[in-house]
Design a protein around this ligand. Structure first.
Ligand SMILES: *Cc1c(COP(=O)(O)O)cnc(C)c1O
Length: 414
């Protein structure tokens, strides 16, 4: 289809888009095309009021009484139950707390406690590094009892044997966007007697997930990506009811059966509460709840449908640039095999991302060594933004404005 034809289609989809009004509820600077909402989501306008209220009234005036009066103490459970609805979990199976990395540690050690006669934990190479790092730490701490292994992605399932306690896999790959089949993979892992831990960092708030139907054991995910919970937002952990008897290793007082009894000995709380550790991050939870509430209002089937349509549009619009400027699609070509971002490899990916940002107000993402990542966030992007972003990328390539030493120098956070 011609450029004009694609734009006509985009404008007509925008006009009929059931999610269109959500964009007005975010603070988005005029002219900016933000294709990085999968890394840090945009700011919902309602978050400003919520934070003001939490800080001025609940903290400033209510002080310590707000643990009860403003329901601070139960925010992890309340927001956890809301996230549960986004991922097909049951009430009492999800808790919002800590970072994804810490929750990965909790899930891995819980799984190991449920499989005391097994000593191996598996993941895949190329996984988001923190997942592997947390496994390596457990191996080291265990003094050799536990062995952590990273297997080449296509061979992970074959590597499971009778020593495997748990397999930690990411649902949607952070670079390529390749999505694993939750149902089939979970089944294969469980057939060998191992437990599955799903990292949903790049799928929560982007894909329509049903952990109950998939019979998942554990899952973790981020609050600051598609959920728009703000920088450093609390993450979440899902623990299937049947696994909630696991013995927590991070045995902090908020996971105690009676935190305010101040007993000498640790006694884990019933249910998912035992997966709490320390004092809830009240300010972060307040911001996260606004993002989660909006996502619930939008409904995941509509979000996924728009994400898929935006992805198809992006891929079509990028075709001429692939031929002319050497971009190579690094994500699956079929929508059902990918998440809500699309990656292209290009040898000058880093410099191109810098030039796009500085000269054309397009924020995309670079992932080492050569990937440009375009995050497609249905609540904050219009179809026309996708095409405008590609048009600006074409300008950068045509002018070669990326080709200078400033843009080639990498900063600490990419
Ligand atoms: C973003 C991401 C994380 C982030 O972990 P934090 O502890 O929240 O920094 C973890 N795993 C995957 C797969 C991610 O994409």
């Amino acid at each position: 289809m011609s450029k004009a034809g694609l734009m006509e289609q985009a404008l007509s989809w925008d006009a009929q888009d059931p999610l269109a009004e959500f964009r007005n509820r975010f603070q988005i600077r005029d002219g900016l095309i933000y294709l990085d909402g999968n890394s840090l989501g945009c700011l919902p306008k309602a978050t400003l009021d919520r934070m003001n209220d939490t800080i001025e009234r609940e903290w400033g005036e209510g002080l310590i009484s707000s643990w009860n009066d403003a329901d601070w103490a139960v925010a992890p459970q309340r927001i956890g139950d809301k996230i549960a609805r986004l991922i097909g979990a049951q009430p009492g199976e999800v808790i919002a707390a800590d970072s994804t990395s810490v929750n990965i540690f909790k899930a891995l050690t819980a799984a190991l406690s449920l499989r005391p006669d097994r000593s191996t934990i598996l993941t895949e190479t190329t996984n988001f590094p923190t997942d592997s790092y947390m496994m390596q730490g457990i191996e080291q701490f265990s003094g050799g009892r536990i062995s952590a292994r990273a297997i080449e992605p296509s061979n992970v399932l074959e590597a499971i044997d009778e020593t495997t306690a748990a397999v930690l896999l990411t649902h949607v790959h952070y670079k390529t966007s390749k999505a694993r089949d939750l149902f089939e993979t979970t089944q294969r892992i469980q057939q060998s007697g191992a437990l599955v831990i799903w990292d949903l960092s790049h799928s929560t708030g982007a894909l329509d997930i049903d952990l109950t139907a998939a019979n998942a054991d554990f899952a973790v995910g981020c609050g600051y990506k598609f959920l728009n919970g703000g920088p450093g937002a609390p993450a979440f952990i899902y623990v299937a009811k049947r696994n909630q008897s696991a013995q927590p290793v991070l045995s902090g007082w908020f996971g105690h059966a009676q935190p305010f009894a101040f007993e000498e000995g640790y006694r884990p709380a019933d249910g998912v509460d035992r997966f709490l550790c320390g004092t809830p991050y009240v300010l972060g939870l307040a911001a996260l709840e606004v993002g989660v509430d909006m996502m619930l209002e939008a409904e995941m089937t509509a979000v996924r449908a728009k994400s898929v349509a935006m992805g198809e549009l992006l891929i079509k619009a990028m075709e001429p640039l692939c031929g002319r400027y050497g971009f190579v699609l690094a994500s699956p070509a079929q929508a059902e095999d990918r998440g809500s971002h699309i990656g292209y490899s290009h040898e000058n990916a880093y410099a191109i991302v810098q030039a796009l940002r500085d000269e054309h107000d397009v924020i995309a993402d670079f992932r080492t060594p050569d990937i440009i990542r375009f995050g497609l966030t249905p609540l904050t992007l219009r179809y026309r933004d996708v095409l405008d972003g590609v048009a600006r990328l074409e300008n950068v390539c045509r002018d070669k404005s990326w080709d200078n030493s400033t843009y080639r120098t990498q900063s600490a956070v990419t």
